[in-house]
Ligand binder design. Structure first.
Ligand code: PGA
Length: 247
């Protein structure tokens, strides 16, 4: 059985004072749902210290593929792990677009993250024009193939985030989500075998809110969510977690 996961992506939002939201998330009942919040890098250590001894885990939003070196402004996976982070989001579409991150770079980062003991949350998603052209499945299949290393284990997490649904208020329909998630599961099974493929969690992301969470989590093969805007307020995040626990 895959443990359900609610991951919050704060993006470049929040502040030291906003880490108080973590207390309200950590204290909320969550059943057996695993919860992770990914604040901006400068707050990771404070966030991890704040959540130590609680079930709430902390994750990062990106890492460099190399362990150290002349990479001004970058942060290695090992450094993230030292802050107390346990997860790292990789290949988010905002980074793929703004920094031209390729699938090959996401793949290399995921290898580094795994070696440092971080669970990689690898994001895949098609654009609006790709969906309208009927290419969503093929785009996701290619991203899945090229963004994952040749060997994975149960710590790897996939997040399907259609680009047109991120921050737009437009969420994919449960049928769209189920179709893509089942294609991802099939792709994982074909490549890695069913034992590992059935252990890997597939999250949906893109305008998940308290009022659409129940419908989203009712879709087949949805193991949780990657939540942007609605993870900034503990009350919204906790409401989504409650829907996930009830699904
Ligand atoms: P959103 O962001 O929930 O604000 O759409 C999701 C994400 O980009 O991870």
């Amino acid at each position: 059985m895959r443990r359900k996961l609610a991951a919050g992506n704060w993006k470049m939002n929040g502040s030291l004072a906003a880490l108080a939201e973590l207390d309200a998330i950590a204290a909320a009942p969550a059943g057996d749902i695993e919860r992770v919040i990914c604040p901006p890098a400068p707050y990771l250590a404070a966030a991890a210290q704040r959540c130590a001894g609680t079930p709430l885990e902390i994750g990062a939003q990106d890492c460099h593929a190399e362990a150290s070196g002349a990479h001004t402004g970058d942060i290695s996976a090992k450094m993230l792990a030292e802050t107390g982070a346990r997860h790292v989001i990789l290949g988010h579409s905002e980074r793929r677009a703004a920094y031209r991150e390729t699938c090959a770079s996401v793949r290399a980062k995921s290898i580094a993250a795994h070696a440092a003991g971080l669970a990689p949350i690898i994001c895949l998603g098609e654009s609006q024009s790709e969906r309208e052209a009927g290419a969503a499945q093929s785009v996701i299949a290619r991203q899945l193939k090229d963004s994952l290393p040749d060997s994975v284990d149960a710590s790897f997490i996939i997040a399907y985030e259609p680009i047109w649904a991120i921050g737009s208020g437009l969420s994919a329909t449960p049928q769209d989500i189920a179709e893509i998630h089942s294609a991802i599961r099939a792709g994982l099974t074909a490549r890695f075998g069913s034992r590992v493929a059935t252990q890997i969690r597939i999250l949906y992301g893109g305008s998940v809110k308290p009022d659409n969470a129940a419908a989203t989590f009712a879709a087949r093969d949805v193991d949780g969510a990657l939540i942007g805007g609605a993870s900034l307020k503990a009350s919204d995040f906790n409401a989504i977690v409650a829907h996930l626990a009830a699904a």
